[in-house]
Design a protein around this ligand. Structure first.
Ligand code: SAM
Length: 292
């Protein structure tokens, strides 16, 4: 049995069938590609398959997900199927529709996304997008009371309060660092473009439907050179966290690296946080740590 909310296969706290939650991955796989040794054996969370597909060009990838609907989708995509909308994309589309009311027209967003100079992007953001109307909408929509209609309590627990201003400052940080024109994650966020950033799979990906900790516990020691855990710990308690790290230490080599993300704000003394380097712009923590 898994001790995590994700076991329900839903973003909300209701009972019901497991759903396709994510039509694409909002995590910059360049972080993983820059950390894992070329040719290494990598265990990653499957989600919508984007990270697994990207890594499969340089690595031997095992993609694991406990949601069979999500895993089947990642498998279809690795076989060349087109992207589909998940629950997250449907909510984001509603949010984008609301932002049209405060001037975020597709034309304005296309102009912004066509920029490549971070200084010009920051100026455009300040003058044309980060308006008082935008701040009002975002800060109110991202209140916990409203979010709790969409997300189950365990997924919300990690969010900094108030989340709106924190998210706005993460976006601002991203525009001031990464060229929009070549940033597929910015397009996905602002326009809902599901086109994957990568190419079709390089080497074949092994897909496993399982809880990640349970899967790693079943693997021989030294099976993997790297781990990409998405933000599965947002939604799991401390006992699961300890179990996952223990299982990864055992299933990894002495040199294995682990990448995991969180919507939480980082601890002030955190050493290896690459959140600012992640072009998907959303994360408070992109932790890159050696397992031993
Ligand atoms: C953690 S969610 C978050 C989505 C992600 N940030 C993205 O951008 O796609 C990604 C996937 O992790 C899967 N997942 C969550 N906890 C898991 C676990 N303990 N073991 C295996 N898969 C898990 C979920 O089913 C989901 O498909």
């Amino acid at each position: 049995m898994s001790e995590t909310h994700w076991q329900s296969g839903r973003l909300d706290g209701f009972r019901g069938p497991k759903a396709l939650l994510f039509g694409r991955v909002y995590e910059d796989s360049a972080i993983e590609a820059g950390v894992f040794p070329a040719g290494g054996r990598i265990a990653c969370i499957a989600s919508a398959g984007c990270t697994a597909l990207d890594l499969s060009h340089q690595h031997a990838v095992t993609a694991v997900d406990l949601n069979p609907v999500q895993l089947a989708y990642a498998q279809r995509r690795a076989a060349g199927a087109p992207p589909e909308e998940g629950v997250a994309e449907r909510w984001m589309a509603r949010g984008r529709l609301g932002l049209r009311l405060v001037g975020w027209s597709p034309e304005r967003l296309e102009t912004f996304l066509g920029l490549a100079d971070p200084a010009a992007q920051s100026a455009f953001w300040r003058d044309r997008l980060d308006t008082r109307g935008f701040r009002l909408v975002v800060d109110n929509v991202l209140r916990l009371t409203l979010l709790s209609a969409i997300y189950a309590a365990p997924l919300l627990q990690v969010l900094p309060v108030p989340f709106g201003p924190v998210l706005r400052s993460r976006l601002q940080r991203g525009w001031s660092r990464h060229a929009n024109r070549s940033n597929p994650y910015a397009r996905a966020l602002l326009l809902g473009d599901l086109t994957p950033p990568g190419r079709p799979a390089g080497s074949p990906i092994r897909f496993v439907c399982s809880d990640m900790a349970e899967f790693l516990e079943s693997c021989p020691p030294g099976s993997f050179d790297g781990f990409s855990f998405s933000n599965i710990l947002d939604g799991a308690g401390p006992a699961y966290r300890a179990r996952l790290f223990r299982a990864a230490s055992r299933a990894g080599t002495k040199a294995s690296m682990m990448v995991h993300r969180s919507f939480a704000e980082p601890d002030p003394d955190m050493k290896w946080n690459l959140a600012a380097n992640d072009r998907s712009l959303l994360w408070g923590v992109v932790s890159v740590v050696p397992l031993h």
